[in-house]
Design a protein around this ligand. Sequence first.
Ligand SMILES: C[S@@+](CC[C@H](N)C(=O)[O-])C[C@H]1O[C@@H](n2cnc3c(N)ncnc32)[C@H](O)[C@@H]1O
Length: 289
Amino acid sequence: MKIRTAIKKILEVTEDNTSADVLLCKSILLKIINNFGDQNVEEVSMSRIAHFVSKELGLGDSYIHKILAKEKRYHWERAYHNRYIEQRPIRLPWEISKPTYFLAELFENKDFVPRRVLELGSGIGRDAIFMAKKGSEVYAVDISYIATKIAIDSAKKAKVKCKFFNRDIFKLNFKSGYFDLIFDRGCFHHIPFFLHDEYIKLVNRFLSSKGRFYLLCHRQQNLYENGLYPFLGRLTWLLNYLLKNQFEIYFTKNDIKLTFRDKFKIIKMDSFQEKTGDNLYSCFMQKRS
Ligand SMILES: C[S@@+](CC[C@H](N)C(=O)[O-])C[C@H]1O[C@@H](n2cnc3c(N)ncnc32)[C@H](O)[C@@H]1O
């Protein structure tokens, strides 16, 4: 189905609605039709559409950076503060008790033993410490000061060498090609669409030639991964995202392929559910050159 046909179905339903929000959505939808109308709903990732719309709305990169950088840091710090400083009886939904299953599996495989690893969004350091224990030189970065501090203390306790940095991943500065594995569990799906290209650039820059990129991210739970209904669902969600600054992104398999295909080859992709109930994709990729 063409994007034009799909969007026209939404416009028909909202024909008589003249509230300000709906009118703004309509103007965005018309821009999407003008630019992507002839393409098939499965051919274009939401990331490309969002990128285009943000430009059309005049949300330039520096604006996004400024607004989001502050909100992001605050959001994460507050979560870790509530859990670890105030010790409220809450569970952080991404925290699991053991190292990430597929990562542990990867380290069992003797064909690929990463020498230098970079972890993006390392939280309280569970996986970074695991990899360092396995003998890799690990650099791990997180935007939350509290999470980073806990990670540093845990590494000390475990007598493991692991370099933790409290920083925004977009402010990192390593030598190009320094890492043979970059690992991300749960950070990328919080990165706004507008910064996806920048995220891909940074992973690509820091990875060695043919280096591996291992991504775990939210999985879109739909009966059908592709087709009209998921497309409309995600479009509605995209509008929410653009208009209300919502941050979490749920991907389909196709989204992941479309987002990374220029720079990375997918070696293995699994879908699974954590014990915590989170539905995720585990996606092991290789840099193309
Ligand atoms: C869902 S949590 C996952 C944490 C950890 N990987 C785990 O599995 O427990 C996402 C983490 O990414 C961090 N984060 C989000 N955006 C970031 C950014 N721009 N730079 C660095 N860290 C970021 C958050 O502080 C948070 O710890």
